[in-house]
Design a protein around this ligand. Structure first.
Ligand code: SF4
Length: 409
């Protein structure tokens, strides 16, 4: 459990939030929209006797429909959107020196809160891009609502995630970009987070036979994703996805396969590094999971001579596929389970023809019709954020460090 450390409102994680979603489904005045994170579809099957890594996307969508969701959208779509914004930001930092390097990823709320607490001096290095869930929420309540003719106030946005820390992230006060835009500041961008385990529990309570469900597809406008969005759930996946798009921005061409299957950043070690050359632009990158490894990496930055450009940090072992809200089977080796889930997402990426975030037709349409370009004024308002130092939490709760280290074990 990372959550005791990262959720100041630890009680949220104790509550089964799906009960609130159930109530919203029962309310005829509400439109319930569920968006599904990359990692859920390679783990949910484990709750129903399937193997870790089994790819159950179609049944997962069908299950959400059977439970009464009005729309099922894909957070992988927003992962592509995050890549568009984060890759553009990285290139601005490199070419225009708009902010310090290395740029750190910011899609893991446990890592963000860890940096806010222990390394506030690094906050200018965190990408200002919101996480996929952080982008999906306000885009649904503005763009999607407009296109579908739905009153945004009636929308109940639900994120289905592998992650307990997301329950904290969606409740950060600043996560009301759509509401601010629409003059309804009390409206949240994302209303609920339901974990993989919660969804399984809910399905079992309803007596749904998961294995027998007919596969279903996502709704359109925000339901299509590239392979780059798919691999977001794996450690190294965000890095690989972002570099695929950075390569295109720098060269005007898509990366060749030997480049975009970035072997050096794949793998399961807690810290991995690679050096790349994209049309003369040299990039040193690193991929890290676990906050202990993040500490080591930050020490390496402070004491070493190497200049890094981009560093991905995820709090959970193996990335989000190893999230705190994923199924747990104490009889099976946890590392084997995580590796099988990682393989499940990579093999899905391999099977896809659409491999690049910037080629996702729904993403192109979203920019054409709504955001304009990455880092546009509207994109900055809706899709980017800022961070606060929480260093004083350490003096308030002197034992936090100790708690955090215990959670690492
Ligand atoms: Fe959540 Fe873990 Fe993924 Fe971070 S790495 S976003 S804590 S599931």
């Amino acid at each position: 459990g990372q959550c005791a450390n990262v959720c100041p409102t630890a009680s949220i994680t104790e509550v089964y939030e799906y009960q609130a979603v159930r109530a919203a489904i029962a309310d005829p005045d509400k439109v319930v929209i569920v968006s599904t994170s990359p990692s859920v579809r390679v783990a949910l099957g484990e709750e129903f006797g399937m193997k870790p890594g089994d790819f159950v996307q179609g049944k997962m969508v069908a299950l959400l429909r059977a439970l009464g969701a009005d729309y099922v959208l894909d957070t992988n779509f927003a992962a592509d959107l995050t890549i568009m914004e984060e890759a553009a930001e990285l290139l601005e930092r490199i070419t225009k020196k708009t902010a310090p390097l290395p740029q750190f990823t910011s899609c893991c709320p446990a890592w963000v809160k860890f940096a806010e607490t222990y390394y506030p001096e690094l906050l200018p290095n965190l990408s200002t891009a919101k996480s996929p869930i952080g982008m999906q929420g306000p885009t649904i309540k503005t763009y999607f609502a407009q296109k579908m003719g739905i009153d945004p106030k009636e929308i109940v946005n639900v994120a289905l995630t592998p992650c307990t820390a997301k329950k904290f992230e969606i409740r950060r006060p600043e996560m009301n970009a759509a509401g601010k835009q629409l003059g309804e500041p009390a409206m949240r961008d994302m209303d609920h987070v339901v974990t993989t385990r919660e969804l399984a529990r809910w399905a079992k309570e309803e007596g749904i036979d998961f294995a027998k469900l007919e596969e279903s597809k996502y709704d359109s406008l925000m339901g299509e994703a590239s392979g780059a969005g798919v691999i977001f759930g794996n450690t190294g996946g965000v890095m690989e996805a972002a570099l695929r798009t950075a390569y295109y921005s720098l060269t005007g061409e898509n990366a060749p396969k030997e480049f975009y299957r970035l072997e050096p950043v794949r793998g399961y070690e807690g810290i991995r590094e690679a050096s790349l050359d994209i049309a003369g632009t040299k990039l040193n990158v690193a991929v890290v999971y676990g906050t202990q490894n993040a500490r080591k990496m930050i020490e390496r930055l402070k004491t070493g001579k190497k200049d890094y450009h981009f560093i991905e940090v995820m709090a959970c072992p193996g990335g989000c596929i190893g999230g705190g809200g994923q199924p747990r089977n104490l009889e099976v080796d946890a590392d084997q389970t995580r590796k099988a889930r990682i393989a499940g997402l990579y093999s899905r990426d391999e099977q896809m023809t659409l491999r690049f975030s910037h080629e996702n037709p729904e993403i192109k349409k979203l920019y054409e019709e709504f955001y304009g370009t990455p880092l546009s004024r509207l994109a900055e308002k809706m899709l980017h954020t800022s961070y606060i130092s929480r260093a004083e939490d350490l003096t308030k709760h002197g034992n936090e460090q100790e708690t955090e280290e215990r959670n690492e074990e």
